[in-house]
Write a protein that binds this ligand. Structure first.
Ligand SMILES: [Fe+2]
Length: 289
């Protein structure tokens, strides 16, 4: 049995705006997905990382993402959800996401605790390989993290499942995971990418229905092209890393998120949206965290 046949494929609920457009026989509206990543939440509501109160910055970014008159069809969180491996941190995240009333999907990062994710996020916790169908698109979620390591790796079984899944599902697809699968030209950060990312990229080369690979971990906006597939990184909802830096360095860019508009014919557009202003400044002199 191929991997996807053993995995549930759930349909997303349509936003009311998209349902109305369909019922009125209007041109189909694109799907609107929002990627939020690297929240680094704490049990303590006042918990800070590098000078940023991470619950406050997450709530500010989420409020910005929700402020559009066009409602979102899904929120996708790509790891480093809770920094201190606390049940209270995951409970807070669950309740905050529930209040949005938008379907949400979470992959884990190197700072996440898998058992707590499963316990508190339930069916929203994705992985090791998961597929969700959203109208004309397939969203594929991979858990790229390994316990005790900052870098990532995809296991042999995951690669095999993904290969089967892509062979059986030719609809336009996007892949979401925490770690970046290719260098982003930041030496210290590139030591922590998916160490066998070349295997993932090779699968995408063989399966042009994969339009993009989206990741967190890098705390910065990244946009690379590889054939017909884009490699896209998103800013963190808290502090940002300096693009192109050889060593650990904090950037002064504001927290933000990535927006994706997915069209029925397989095209998509994307942009990074940041807060205009965020009151707290990160600890620019920090040499790590
Ligand atoms: Fe992170």
């Amino acid at each position: 049995m191929s991997a996807n046949k053993s995995m549930p494929i759930a349909s997303f609920r349509q936003s009311s705006q998209r349902q109305a457009a369909r019922m009125a026989n209007e041109a189909p509206m694109p799907l609107r997905l929002l990627q939020l990543t690297d929240l680094h939440l704490f049990a303590d509501s006042a918990g800070q990382l590098l000078g940023i109160t991470t619950r406050d910055s997450f709530e500010a970014v989420l409020a910005l993402a929700m402020s559009s008159p066009r409602s979102a069809d899904a929120l996708i969180l790509t790891g480093d959800l809770v920094h201190d491996e606390s049940p209270a941190g995951y409970r807070y995240l669950r309740e905050t996401l529930r209040k949005t009333d938008i379907p949400h999907y979470c992959v884990g990062g190197n700072h996440d605790h898998r058992n707590l994710m499963a316990e508190y996020l339930g069916s929203s916790a994705m992985g090791p390989v998961a597929l969700r169908r959203l109208d004309d698109w397939n969203l594929i979620f991979l858990d790229s993290s390994e316990p005790g390591r900052d870098g990532g790796r995809l296991g042999e079984a995951q690669i095999g499942q993904l290969q089967d899944l892509l062979a059986d599902n030719k609809a336009p697809s996007m892949i979401f995971l925490h770690h970046h699968p290719a260098p982003i030209h930041s030496a210290w950060m590139d030591t922590m990418r998916v160490e066998n990312g070349a295997e993932l990229l090779a699968l995408c080369d063989q399966n042009p229905q994969v339009k993009a690979i989206l990741f967190g971990h890098v705390h910065q906006s990244v946009s690379l092209h590889r054939g017909s597939c884009q490699l896209l990184g998103a800013p963190s909802t808290c502090f940002q890393f300096m693009p192109g830096s050889k060593d650990f360095a904090i950037d002064d860019a504001a927290p933000g998120f990535r927006e994706l508009m997915l069209y029925p014919d397989g095209r998509f557009t994307t942009s990074v949206v940041r807060l205009d202003h965020y009151a707290e400044l990160p600890l620019y002199q920090a040499e790590g965290y």
